[in-house]
Ligand binder design. Structure first.
Ligand code: SF4
Length: 330
């Protein structure tokens, strides 16, 4: 049964890594929601704030602080949880597959011991029989032969280690799993196989996923909704079918789409976005994308554009009403 309401609700979140004299805004006025059972892709270049958002959701910001906004998971304000509830919240309500997590498996523990430890950390009373049965179930879900339960990380391939990490993330039946570039270190074929597996498990178990990636093409086949981040802001949120068929996108999203050959028609040239993302201590005025944007005008340098709903997508662009015409002129 699908619950009503969002499982994740991030509202006007601003995170600062700087100090009074030099702000370093890694997130600026970010709002994002994820429904129960929904698969949301969060896409952007390195340094756009995607991982900061994930760490903020789990209250794992080190050196950064929330200066505005709120995060609710299943109706609970994450920043109001006491340490006891916070410990339960992590992994039981929200779990995370960290970047490069497969390399952080403990080399002296078997696959089975990793799973036992994860479950026991939250329920000391669980019996050995129940642990074994859950281990079998989890390995089955991630398509790892049960005999691998006795193997150590060095006896597994990269793809298998990543499947073990995913099994650990879903071991306690969380409502939301955050996956931060979970397949980046793997080759393309293994990446696709793991992604398909994640999609199948997610549909079966009905948990929600926030899937963080720099690769738009990875999420276009699996996500229902995609949010695009640039310089600490969400510049567009769109249903995935709109991503591929809709013509109206934020100029940055359009740049990302134009850089993916397999998402384009045969007769469209592949192009990259000129320039680099800004440093968070030296953000451009107004729309932070303006130094790289083909359509920037003086008004774009004035104040940061806010997200507005247009033809089914939320887009933050000063020239939103004109974009369709600007694109058709090209
Ligand atoms: Fe480009 Fe201006 Fe829109 Fe920013 S606000 S994306 S600079 S057109």
């Amino acid at each position: 049964m699908i619950e009503s309401g969002h499982v994740l609700n991030v509202s006007h979140l601003t995170v600062d890594y700087g100090n009074e004299n030099t702000p370093a805004l890694a997130l600026r006025d970010v709002s994002l929601s994820v429904d129960p059972g929904e698969f949301v892709g969060l896409v952007g270049e390195s340094g756009s704030g995607k991982s900061t958002l994930a760490y903020a959701i789990l209250r794992l910001l080190h050196g950064g602080r929330v200066v505005e906004g709120s995060i609710e998971v299943s109706g609970q304000n994450v920043y109001e949880l006491d340490s006891n509830h916070l410990r339960k919240f992590r992994w039981e309500t929200v779990s995370m597959v960290f970047q490069g997590a497969m390399n952080s498996l403990n080399p002296v523990l078997t696959v089975e011991q990793h799973i036992f430890e994860t479950i026991r950390a939250h329920d000391e009373s669980v019996t050995l029989t129940a642990l074994r049965s859950r281990t079998d179930e989890l390995l089955d879900m991630v398509e790892i032969d049960k005999r691998r339960a006795q193997h150590y990380p060095h006896q597994l391939s990269g793809g298998m280690k990543q499947r073990v990490v995913i099994a650990l993330a879903i071991a306690l039946n969380p409502k939301l799993v955050i996956m931060d570039e979970p397949t980046t270190a793997l080759d393309v074929v293994v990446q696709r196989a793991i992604l398909d597996r994640i999609g199948e498990i997610q549909k079966r178990q009905r948990f929600a996923v926030l899937f963080i990636t720099h690769d738009l093409s990875l999420v276009e086949q699996i996500a229902q909704t995609v949010s695009i981040m640039y310089a600490g802001k969400i510049v567009e949120t769109t249903p995935v079918e709109q991503l591929l068929t809709g013509t109206l996108h934020h100029p940055y999203t359009r740049g990302l789409l134009n850089a993916i050959p397999e998402l384009l028609e045969d007769n469209v040239a592949i192009s990259s976005i000129p320039g680099h993302p800004p440093e968070i201590t030296r953000l451009p005025s107004g729309c932070a994308f303006h130094p790289r944007c083909l359509y920037a005008k003086d008004e774009c340098r004035m104040s940061p554009p806010i997200l507005k709903l247009y033809a089914g997508s939320w887009i933050a662009c000063e020239r939103l009403p004109e974009l369709e015409e600007l694109y058709s002129d090209q």
